[in-house]
Write a protein that binds this ligand. Structure first.
Ligand SMILES: Cc1cc2nc3c(=O)[nH]c(=O)nc-3n(C[C@H](O)[C@H](O)[C@H](O)COP(=O)(O)OP(=O)(O)OC[C@H]3O[C@@H](n4cnc5c(N)ncnc54)[C@H](O)[C@@H]3O)c2cc1C
Length: 373
C-alpha cells in the first residue's frame, strides 16, 4: 500500500520502519525543516524494550543508553541542597532504558528502509477519505492519493483535527506547562542535577553526556496561543518566571529565550474513544498522549507503531479488522500510562511553600518507602 505518515517523531519514524519492513511504500511528512531531536532523555520501558528488539534497534539503543545515576537535588534560593530523592524513587525498574531523545530519533531515522521517504517542511492541509483511498492536499500546494494515512503528529495532531473533532474535544489539561532549552555553556561540577522550586514553579538543570538543558515547569490554567508560534511560547515562559531573580532563574530563562529549538507545551493528555476513522488512523501522542509526566510517551509510541503494523499484516485488505486489532492491543498500554501521569506534577511543582517543605521533608534519609516523583 501507499501509506502517508504525518510527523517524524518517535511514533512516525517507528511506524515508517515497521510498515516499510512489510513492503509498504511509505512517505513521512515532517512539518519542521529537520528532524526534531531536542528534548530531555526519555525512557524505554516494559514491552517497548522487546519491540525495539523486534525492530532491530535495541542493540544501538543499549549502546547509547545513559547511566541513570545522575541525581536530582532540590535546592533552595541560595543553591543549598535541601532534599535528595533516592535513586530507586526516580526509576521505575532497573530494566528501563534511558537514552537521549536525540539519539533515539537518530537511530530510528537511520533504520528507515529504502521504501520510506522523509519530506521535511511539509504538512497535510486537506484530507478527503472516499472509502477506497485518501486524497491529500499538502501545505506546499501539491496533491496526492494514498491508501492509508497515519497521524503521528503529536499531541496537537493536524490529522486528528482534520479527521475527527477539534483538539479541545479530546485534550485534558493537567494544569502545568513544561519547557526545555539548551544550556550550551553549562559545565556540571558533579553528577547531580539541581531543581529549584517556588510555589507553583520549578526550574532546574538536566545534564547528561556532554549536554545540559534548562528545565521549567509551572502551574497554569489552559493558555490559548498558536502553539507553532515560538515567540509566543517564549513570552509565556518569560511572564511565568518574571520577578524571580533568586538561584539561577534569570540565567535559565535567558537560555530559553536564546534557544531557537525551545520545546514548550502544556502538560496534557489526549483521550479518545477510537483512534481511527475510515482509512485514517492515529498513533503515539496524537492518539493517546499520556503527558511528559507519565515517562511513558516514547514506550507508547514504540508499542503503538508495532501493533499498528502487525494488525495490517494480520488483516491484509481489511482495515476495519486491522484497526480493531490495533486498538485492542494498544489501548491497555495507553490507559495504564495515562493513569500514572497525574501525581508526578504535585511532587515536582508543589503549589505552596508548605507543600514544597513537606515534599522535601519526605525525602529525609529515615523515611523507608515513598511515592515516586
Ligand atoms: C522537540 C520535542 C521534544 C520533546 N521532549 C520531550 C521530553 O523532554 N520529555 C518527554 O517526556 N517528552 C518529550 N517530547 C514528547 C515525546 O517525544 C512524545 O511524548 C513521545 O515520544 C511520543 O512521540 P510522538 O512521535 O507521538 O509525538 P512527538 O514527539 O510530539 O512528535 C510529533 C512529530 O510530528 C511533527 N508534527 C507536528 N505537527 C505536524 C504536522 N502538522 N505535519 C507534519 N509533522 C508534524 C512534530 O514536529 C514532531 O516531529 C518531545 C517532543 C518533541 C517534538
Amino acid at each position: 500500500m501507499r501509506i502517508l505518515i504525518s510527523g517524524a517523531g518517535i511514533a512516525g519514524l517507528s511506524t515508517a520502519i515497521n510498515l516499510g519492513a512489510d513492503g509498504h511504500d511509505v512517505t513521512v511528512l515532517e512539518r519542521a525543516g529537520h528532524l526534531r531531536v531536542n528534548g530531555s532523555p526519555i525512557d524505554i520501558r516494559g514491552d517497548a524494550i522487546e519491540i525495539a528488539d523486534k525492530m532491530g534497534v535495541l542493540g544501538q539503543i543499549r549502546d547509547l543508553r545513559i547511566d541513570m545515576s545522575e541525581r536530582v537535588q532540590f535546592v533552595d534560593s541560595s543553591g543549598a541542597v535541601v532534599a535528595e530523592p533516592p535513586l530507586d524513587q526516580i526509576n521505575d525498574s532497573p530494566n528501563d532504558i534511558e537514552i537521549p531523545r536525540e539519539d533515539l530519533a537518530t537511530i530510528l531515522h537511520d533504520q528507515l528502509g529504502p521504501s520510506a521517504q522523509l519530506r521535511f517542511g511539509e504538512s497535510i492541509a486537506e484530507l478527503d477519505d472516499d472509502d477506497r483511498g485518501v486524497n491529500i492536499r499538502f501545505t506546499s500546494g501539491a496533491a496526492d492519493r494514498y491508501d492509508l494515512v497515519v497521524g503521528a503528529d503529536g499531541m496537537h495532531s493536524a490529522v486528528r483535527r482534520l479527521t475527527f473533532e477539534p483538539e479541545q474535544q479530546f485534550l485534558r489539561h493537567l494544569g502545568f506547562y513544561v519547557a526545555l532549552a539548551a544550556l550550551p555553556d553549562y559545565t556540571p561540577v558533579d553528577r547531580t542535577n539541581p531543581m529549584y522550586n517556588y510555589p507553583g514553579h520549578m526550574t532546574g538543570i538536566a545534564a547528561f553526556n556532554d549536554k545540559a538543558l534548562a528545565v521549567f515547569m509551572f502551574r497554569s490554567p489552559w493558555i490559548d496561543y498558536d502553539y507553532h508560534d515560538l515567540t509566543a511560547q517564549k513570552q509565556i515562559l518569560v511572564d511565568a518566571f518574571a520577578g524571580h531573580t533568586e538561584w539561577r532563574v534569570p540565567e535559565l530563562v535567558d537560555a530559553a529565550v536564546q534557544d531557537p529549538e525551545l520545546y514548550f507545551d502544556s502538560v496534557s493528555q489526549i483521550h479518545m474513544s477510537s483512534w481511527h476513522r475510515g482509512r485514517v488512523v492515529l498513533v503515539g501522542d496524537a492518539a493517546h498522549c499520556a503527558s511528559n509526566l507519565s515517562g511513558r510517551g516514547t514506550s507508547l509510541a514504540l508499542t503503538g507503531a508495532w501493533f499498528l503494523a502487525q494488525a495490517l499484516r494480520d488483516h491484509p485488505g481489511d482495515v476495519t479488522e486491522a484497526w480493531q486489532q490495533y486498538e485492542h492491543d494498544q489501548r491497555p498500554h495507553a490507559t495504564r500510562s495515562q493513569a500514572t501521569a497525574a501525581p508526578g506534577g504535585e511532587r515536582l511543582v508543589p503549589a505552596t511553600q508548605d507543600q514544597i517543605d513537606a515534599r522535601n521533608r519526605s525525602f529525609s534519609p529515615t523515611t523507608e518507602k515513598r511515592d515516586s516523583i
